[in-house]
Design a protein around this ligand. Structure first.
Ligand code: FES
Length: 641
């Protein structure tokens, strides 16, 4: 049996004929329509909401639990909805304008890029000078005579691109023996006609699980020419690395699909960078990639399945150098790609890059680096040694598993203060949900006001008597749970109030306890107290957008360290840029990866103990929460995903 499904989206109606029992999310994917699916379609996050009209199949248990009253208005979860009749599906996409952190601290590094060019004018061949074309080039190229592609095996002969040798005779003769050589690490990559030395660019990419940031540099001057960013298109298979690995494991085709999605994304960004800077993609000779271990495995098409299961073994953590063409990256045909080194399955090149860009590897004493996401990567130490762990915080700070949670995209409440119930919304529009920084502010404000107590329990009717009237009026019930209204229905774009529920508070407690316990476990390992930590570097988009006061109030960051916090923005991207511009920085990144000692938290009794201790909130400080400035008020780009 087949049914007609009309999909109303972006003011348009698209019709598809579907089999009886077909899954709606699969149908939409097949139509090229992607929804926000943090749980990867497992029916647990409640975010793939659509409105359905037609012969409705009975709601699943997940839909009843996650949609509550909204079921009566026709809302359904696409991943749980199976076609059982003709249907009309309404998709209200907010547009995926996202705030993506691309800015970061930029250190001055001595320019010594991975790829170099040299203009040479060759002596013309004659009966007295019968050197072959390649020898003629190598003699003036500054490269060792045997190095038209140094072979790591030290076997005789040259290792080079056949295309280079094939084209060389005609190129030399047509250019009048005036050519430009392109080399990397002593290896001749290509020879170009005339003087092209002015055209030499490179790109650095930070491949995050949620977002991808890209930077274009002039390799002659080191100057940053353009910046671009996109949502990671793989997120339709789930918001966390485990969901992506699980999908990749299902078939070779699925693994290829994940690889293609990120390769296409990188190529699109490279095109944007080139257009913005007014150059040709063929002028890009190097691409350096930072990212977590899973993202780099998926980019390289490596089997990442060992990362997802104990004992958590990646295929490799080494720096990978290969031709960009081999990786499917569309830059100059001779371009080089470098995937930066990782430490372990859950301390990736993004953390290595952040350690590099923050400079903590060369500082005296102890510094702390924290990057909060679904996993919180934490590094402690300095020039005498570095230890690191990855705390499984869960996706609460990314908006998943939170009743009205959403990513940092247009329509998300990104700050909240109880005083005057003030809030701000990304994109200055009516609110549609709340993102991580708003969630942290809201939890801190509820604690300060006594709406929740130290155990995270929302006050019941008998306990609210002492609260001001305007706060008492904001208590409500959402999906049968005690909750608090952050934004009244009349100010939202979703026809209902945005609330924070008792379950949301529990999710926040779990997430903040994991990060705090991770920090304390590393301190215990190093045998130090808060007093010994000189500086706290917050890396990543979330760490750079939270209010430090709120984060400390809920115990996400230690209150003792708030006077030492510095946000470093997208330090992963900054580190990748440094490695692109300087071979010495690439060498130091390698050294950092080898030097960091990884502490596995799942095997740590200290972590378990600290985790339980940190589940409660700390004492009320009695302060009035103010709308503070963000710690890193940098220009952020709003892009379409
Ligand atoms: S509930 Fe459908 S994608 Fe998560």
């Amino acid at each position: 049996m087949k049914y007609r499904v009309d999909v109303h989206i972006d003011g348009d109606v698209r019709t598809v004929i579907a089999d009886n029992g077909a899954n709606l999310l699969d149908i939409l994917k097949g139509m090229g329509i992607s929804l926000y699916t943090p749980c990867g379609g497992r029916g647990t996050c409640g975010k793939c909401v659509v409105r359905a009209e037609g012969g409705m199949a009975e709601p699943s248990e997940n839909e009843r639990r996650l949609l509550g009253e909204r079921l009566k208005k026709g809302f359904r979860l696409a991943c749980s909805y199976r076609i059982g009749s003709d249907a009309c599906i309404y998709i209200d996409r907010p547009g995926e304008q996202a705030v993506i952190m691309t800015a970061g601290t930029r250190r001055q590094v001595a320019l010594d890029p991975l790829v170099r060019k040299r203009y040479i004018e060759l002596p013309l061949p004659s009966l007295e000078d019968q050197r072959p074309d390649m020898e003629r080039v190598l003699a003036l190229s500054g490269l060792p005579a045997m190095n038209a592609g140094t072979s790591i095996t030290n076997l005789p002969g040259i290792e080079t691109e056949l295309e280079l040798l094939k084209g060389l005779p005609a190129l030399l003769r047509s250019s009048g023996y005036r050519v430009t050589t392109v080399e990397t690490g002593g290896k001749l990559l290509s020879v170009e006609a005339g003087d092209t030395t002015a055209l030499l660019c490179g790109t650095a990419f930070d491949i995050g699980t949620t977002t991808v940031a890209a930077y274009l540099h002039d390799l002659n001057s080191g100057k940053l020419l353009s910046v671009a960013s996109m949502m990671n298109p793989q997120r339709k298979f789930g918001s966390d690395v485990i969901s992506r690995i699980d999908h990749a494991k299902t078939s070779r085709q699925a693994a290829y699909e994940l690889k293609s999605l990120i390769t296409d994304c990188v190529n699109e960004l490279a095109g944007q960078l080139a257009d913005d800077a007014g150059i040709n993609k063929k002028d890009i000779y190097a691409a350096v990639f930072s990212g977590n271990t899973t993202m780099l495995h998926l980019l390289a098409g490596l089997d990442a399945s060992g990362i997802a299961v104990s004992p958590f073994i990646p295929a490799t953590c080494r720096t990978i150098r290969l031709g960009a063409k081999e990786l499917g990256i569309d830059i100059n045909n001779s371009g080089q790609a470098i995937l930066l080194p990782c430490v372990s399955a859950y301390i990736g090149a993004d953390t290595v890059s952040a350690v590099l860009a923050s400079g903590i590897y060369e500082k005296d004493g102890f510094s702390l680096l924290v990057d909060i996401g679904t996993n919180g990567e934490i590094v402690l130490g300095g020039k005498d040694g570095l230890i690191a762990c990855s705390a499984a915080a869960g996706p609460a700070f990314e908006g998943a598993n939170i009743r009205f949670g959403m990513g940092g995209i247009a329509g998300a409440v990104d700050s909240f203060a109880m005083h005057g119930f003030r809030y701000t919304v990304i994109g200055n529009m009516a609110a549609r949900g709340i993102c991580g920084s708003g969630i942290v502010d809201a939890a801190a404000a509820l604690l300060d006001a006594g709406v929740i107590d130290e155990t995270g329990t929302v006050a019941d009717d008998g306990e609210t008597a002492g609260l001001p009237q305007e706060i008492r009026e904001r208590f409500t019930v959402t999906d049968g749970m005690r909750s608090f209204i952050l934004v009244p229905a009349e100010e939202t774009d979703i026809g209902e109030p945005i609330t924070i529920t008792q379950k949301d508070i529990r999710e926040i407690q779990n997430a903040k306890a994991a990060i705090a316990a991770g920090i304390e476990t590393l301190m215990s390992e190093a045998g130090i107290s808060y007093h010994d930590i000189k500086k706290v570097y917050l890396a990543g988009g979330f760490g750079s957008s939270i209010h430090v006061r709120s984060a400390a109030r809920i115990g996400l960051l230690p209150q003792q360290l708030t006077d030492r916090v510095e946000a470093v923005g997208n330090a992963s991207g900054s580190g990748a840029s440094e490695c692109l511009l300087s071979k010495e920085m690439l060498r130091i990144a390698e050294e950092i990866a080898g030097k960091v000692r990884y502490i596995e938290l799942s095997a740590s009794a200290v972590f378990s103990e600290k985790y339980i201790e940190n589940m409660i909130f700390t004492q009320n400080q009695g302060e009035v929460l103010q709308m503070e400035k963000r710690v890193f008020p940098v220009a952020e780009r709003i892009v379409n995903g």
